[in-house]
Design a protein around this ligand. Sequence first.
Ligand SMILES: [Zn+2]
Length: 184
Amino acid sequence: MNLPQHYREILLGLGEDPQREGLRDTPERAAKAMQYLCHGYAQSLEEIVNGALFASTSDEVVIVRDIELYSLCEHHLLPFIGKAHVAYIPTGKVLGLSKVARIVDMYARRLQIQESLTRQIAEAIQSVTNAAGVAVVIEAQHMCMMMRGVEKQNSQMLTSVMLGAFRESSNTRQEFLQLIGRSK
Ligand SMILES: [Zn+2]
């Protein structure tokens, strides 16, 4: 069974009439939308980075802040929406700036839980740049909490993964958290 047919079944399961005017094209549209929201499965890290690694002698922290993030939780297939902040300490190679955002997007456009998403981004940046340290913080609001269940409208979920120097040195970690406005 293809994806539009499954959506037709969902409509029936909800007690709807998939033949009524407003819903007639909904299964096709919903299937297309879902495929778009999950297009990260069709991408790979190699394809995204595509050689955009540049030699650099800098060993200063590179931070890309406030990267918009749209993902779907794998437990409810509902969106979670927020921002990612990514930092790394280069050891000879820096990544093209837009590539960091595209790496975030590739993993976000899959069914996810926020903790794994955070880790996958950090490990991808680490493996591509061979950085001395990588830090990723994600703050997001989950529709499965806001629209159903506990209905907590203002709760943000905060996750972080620190690798290398960000894990070992509390100064380096504090500097990063300060720069993204998250230090205590
Ligand atoms: Zn959920």
